[in-house]
Design a protein around this ligand. Structure first.
Ligand code: GLU
Length: 297
């Protein structure tokens, strides 16, 4: 069955409840909502709370209230990623059985030492590129985490609806990435792929900062035999220092008492014209969206 037909559309917004929405996350929320509406599709909210160490209690409700204040309502009750460990484990088991996943007994320190010894300390967004120590077996160590085995088929090409042709050799750029962490949490990459497929997501619309994860997610979709959604990565809101605005660098929470002002700001980032009346702003932007970000058949 092909899910990606023009008449069938399920999109999503998938915030992590690590802080309230800020102007950067509103751009992704608005874009994913507009894209779903422009295609006559459904828009789902998924709370990505698998990383328990980073989630704040009650933040899911704050985010849902913020979305509601902007007129963005999920078409189904929000799905909580943390409530689905059995589904995530089943996918991991499938990857283990097919030889795509292997246990890793390395601590961060082990990885640092191995990389130092080989004179190849490569980092990527602060993460060390795993040197593959446990690929051939644990060598007496006990398993801490599970990793995806990137093979020689790890050059991934895909078409982003805004960024155009994209390519990444996952093996060279990222290495064997984590699927389940030493603390027992499933990694974002695995959870997002399993949940997107389980929810029948046909179109992923999210911030450009996440574009870099797409190749890993496509490798996982292939290994699990799951359909690949279309991707559209939206422009980022930059802070005063020219860096991406994020919860981590102190982005301010949105003022929901002035929803039109915040929505106009987000719309401007997406190239949409400012609106003067909150009541029909979203409807105007849906019409504009159809011209700007039309989805190829
Ligand atoms: N939960 C991720 C975040 O808040 C987004 C995941 C996604 O859209 O794929 O950054």
């Amino acid at each position: 069955m092909t899910l990606n037909t023009a008449s069938h559309y399920i999109g999503r917004f998938a915030p992590s409840p690590t802080g309230p929405l800020h102007s950067g996350s509103l751009v992704a929320a608005l874009a994913s909502w507009l894209d779903a509406r422009a295609h006559g599709g459904q828009w789902l909210v998924r709370i990505e709370d698998v990383d328990r160490t980073r989630c704040l209690p009650g933040m899911d409700q704050i985010i849902l209230r913020q979305l509601a204040a902007f007129g963005l309502h999920s078409d189904q009750p929000p799905l909580y990623q943390s409530r689905r460990p059995a589904l995530h484990q089943r996918a991991l088991d499938q990857l283990i059985a097919s030889g795509h996943a292997y246990p890793c007994g390395c601590s961060r320190r082990d990885i640092e030492l191995t990389l130092q010894r080989s004179g190849q300390v490569k980092t990527r967004h602060g993460e060390l590129i795993y040197p593959g120590t446990c690929r051939a077996g644990l060598q007496g160590k006990s398993a801490r985490a599970w990793r995806f085995r990137t093979g020689d088929q790890s050059l991934v090409r895909w078409q982003d609806r805004r960024l155009g042709a994209q390519a990444q050799d996952v093996s060279a750029a990222v290495g064997d990435f984590i699927l389940k962490r030493a603390d027992g949490c499933f990694a974002y990459q695995l959870a997002v792929v399993v949940d997107d497929a389980d929810q029948g997501i046909t179109d992923v619309v999210r911030g450009e900062d996440l574009a870099d994860n797409t190749a890993r997610q496509i490798l996982l979709q292939r290994a699990l035999g799951l359909p690949m959604p279309r991707y559209l990565h939206t422009p980022l809101v930059l802070g005063d220092n020219g860096e991406k605005l994020s919860k981590q660098n102190g982005a301010l929470a949105l003022d929901t008492r002035q929803p039109l002002a915040a929505l106009n700001q987000a719309a401007a980032v997406l190239g949409l014209a400012p609106q003067h009346a909150a009541a029909d702003a979203l409807a105007h932007w849906v019409a504009q969206w159809k011209c700007l970000y039309n989805r190829a058949p």
